[in-house]
Design a protein around this ligand. Sequence first.
Ligand SMILES: [Zn+2]
Length: 189
Amino acid sequence: MYKITSRYLQQESFRSSPHKGIDFKMEIGEPIRSIKSGQIHLADYGNTNAGKTVFVEWEDGRTAIYGHLNEFAVKEGQHVNAGDLIGYAGNTGFSTGSHLHFSVKEGSKHIDPSPYMNDIQHMNDPSYFAQVSSDVKVSFFDYFQQHMDLIGTQLTDLKVNFVHFLALSDYSPIIKLLQNVIQFIFFNI
Ligand SMILES: [Zn+2]
């Protein structure tokens, strides 16, 4: 778990306005991952603001902002999935120690990013994002496998039954029936 060093709307003495995001204490070089799929936009504010900043434009219209990075790991316009590496934590911009600034915008307005805090806390757990996508894959595969097994069993049963039928049946009633049908068609018109 990363230590929270500044919460949403916190007003420390060094700030001219309430905090627009959440700060997570991180070492320089800590991998930063996108918590949702989206499109990358990059900005470098130099020694001001959030320094090297990655924006991920989510498909729901919101934008995630990852600030003070040491390095980018993505290119402008690139598409990323949840769990993809986007950069490395750092101390760039207006910052007094290495940390990740994370905020979420809806249109031009910052919203409370607290609902996404858990995703940030677990972004470097190897199974966290994999689970979300592989659950779907595994369940689909299981579903497919089960149904293929079922179809396979049914086909085998059908074949066995048919062989049994051929081997054990007395055809005479069927042949009789066919003869009657043929007779009906050809002689009774
Ligand atoms: Zn911050």
